[in-house]
Design a protein around this ligand. Structure first.
Ligand SMILES: Nc1nc2c(ncn2[C@@H]2O[C@H](COP(=O)(O)OP(=O)(O)OP(=O)(O)O)[C@@H](O)[C@H]2O)c(=O)[nH]1
Ligand SMILES: [Mg+2]
Length: 261
């Protein structure tokens, strides 16, 4: 629980049998997590048995791909604050607090893995991945006039429940590039967002996406395709804030207008 709100953690799993139990236990031991939902996306044999040794709830998604699994997880989680993460050992459960700290002011808090000081030795974040993620994030920043963004590939985030449901209802991408669709659905809906630096560790087990250069480039190009599709379709500004945008303190120019002259 965080500031009186139930916290759900959603973990999608495909090939994380050897790390998932420790990650789930790590999230529960933070003391702020009420529920862990594991989405079994036709995971390797033995994964369900590992999850059964924890307090996590297991749901199954038969459609293959990170996006399909994410949609199922967002639909299933019951908390007011829904944290998405990965069970491959690349993220620290204790970093959840960095995301939650901003959840009072924002509808969504994105993580970034491109802060040099927080990239651990042997983590899969060489200069191509680091600057590639940064460049695509800057494309979003410029095209959608957002706050500072520096990583489109970070899958550790927290969404307030109404936004999580909006995203789940509107997701169309089933594959590995769905993470950027979640980001764009939030941005184009007018959600208040911020990005915070997170630790990035070496993966337990083999990476099937960013560990292979050609696959990583393909996912990057697919992300750019999604960004251009959203830019084409979305109005410059939402006509009025959607229902999930909570009352907020005045921002920038609005605040200045309220100052006595
Ligand atoms: N590769 C893959 N991952 C899936 C699938 N469905 C869900 N996932 C989850 O998607 C997340 C990212 O997949 P990873 O294989 O860890 O990708 P990666 O190569 O480590 O690359 P990152 O995106 O940088 O983590 C993990 O939590 C997977 O369990 C699937 O069909 N294929
Ligand atoms: Mg991973």
């Amino acid at each position: 629980m965080w500031n009186g709100k139930d916290v759900s953690v959603v973990l999608m799993t495909y090939a994380e049998r050897d790390s998932i139990r420790e990650v789930i236990d790590g999230f529960f031991s933070t003391g702020v997590v009420d529920e862990v939902v594991v989405v079994d996306n036709n995971a390797v044999p033995g994964t369900a048995e590992e999850v059964a040794r924890t307090r996590a709830r297991l749901v199954h998604e038969s459609l293959q791909g990170y996006g399909h699994a994410t949609r199922r997880g967002l639909e299933t989680a019951t908390g007011e604050l829904v944290v998405i993460s990965e069970p491959d050992g690349t993220f620290l459960p204790s970093d959840i607090v960095k995301l939650l700290v901003y959840s009072g002011e924002c509808d969504v808090v994105f993580g970034t893995r491109t802060t040099r000081e927080l990239i651990w030795a042997d983590a899969n974040m060489d200069w191509v991945l680091r600057w590639g993620n940064w460049a695509v994030a800057k494309l979003i920043e410029v095209l959608f006039n957002t706050n500072h963004l520096s990583d489109v590939g970070c899958t550790y985030r927290v969404l307030r429940r109404p936004l999580a449901q909006h995203v789940a209802r509107n997701m169309r991408v089933g594959g590995s590039h769905a993470g950027v669709e979640v980001m764009l659905l939030a941005i184009t809906a007018g959600a208040r967002s911020v990005e915070v630096p997170l630790n990035y560790l070496p993966r337990v087990g083999a990476s099937s996406v960013t560990g292979k250069r050609l696959v990583a480039i393909k996912v990057g190009l697919q992300m750019i395709g999604v960004i251009l599709r959203f830019r084409w379709a979305a109005p410059r500004r939402p006509a009025r804030p959607p229902a999930f945008v909570a009352e907020r303190p005045p921002r920038g120019d609005e605040a200045r207008e309220q100052l006595p002259l």
